[in-house]
Design a protein around this ligand. Sequence first.
Ligand code: TXA
Ligand code: MG
Length: 318
Amino acid sequence: MLGSNTLGNGWVVPADDAAITAAADLLRGGQIVAIPTETVYGLAADASNADAVAHIYAAKGRPDFNPLIVHVPDLAAAEELAEFGPLARQLAEAFWPGALTLVLPLREGAKVAAAVTAGLPTIALRCPAHPVMQAVLAKSGLNLAAPSANKSGGISPTRAEHVLASLGGAVPMILDAGPCKEGLESTIVAIRLENIEILRPGPVTTESLQTFSKRQPSQQTGQKIEAPGQLASHYAPTKTVRLNAQTAKDGEWLIGFGTVAGHDNLSPTADLAQAAAHLFDALHRADASPYRSIAVADIPDKGIGVAINDRLKRAATR
Ligand code: TXA
Ligand code: MG
């Protein structure tokens, strides 16, 4: 459903100063707003307001056992919500603002609605780098709970149009700042006994985390699901997805990479960062194409390629 809102010509508004002020007002009033970050677009609400957080779950159709990431303006705000040990602080100083989410013990008395953590004794925190998200945090004076701004289980949005297509009229305002630079959701790590455990691979690679930990960062193996984004089927298009394709079979839309040309190509020069930035947009387009199913070229499993392959495996599982 498209329509006009009090700001004028529609749900999607360019993220200028007036729109940022209006977004901050909506958030302070307990509403939800879709906001661009450097990873993907997030669906934000005041993390301390239980009713506001309930709007996020309702709009996404998200199961209520799946906790949310809280976005903070800086490390000081984060330390009011969680217990930071030396390693957590080091990681925050090295990677914030940026695409790293830290899962840490929830601080007693932290001003966070219970639904944000889904009853867990931990909280996921991220200080985002995107100037629009930073401006909304500053203007509103709030910490913002924000999952990716898509229907639960669907493909994450890297453009305002993706949010509109997935959530449409359920969101009073979508701030538009063009495509997201990283294009994949943040890396999520838990710190256990001063060791790093990667719960979700992302733009901050294992290689770059390695230098901060005496032990090799471990990757969660998945018997026990701690980040439900790690459910086997997630980020899924509506069509079947075949991986490691060289050519398109009958009825397939091929997403290429490097020399595998395809109908669309994640990066003709085989640049993995460029491929990450284009991945979800390519999946959205493949899903919207008149083709019956989707095939994707082989992506090297190194650097951010690990996170790309993580999302592709989940997209291919149903
Ligand atoms: O880049 C991102 O992280 C984006 C932008 C908007 O910041 N957000 C995002 O949120 O991807 P979402 O809700 O789609 O994914 C958050 C993941 C979920 O898989 C959730 O289960 C996990 O974080 N999570 C949240 N709190 C957790 C906790 N206390 N322990 C373990 N996992 C947690
Ligand atoms: Mg998500």
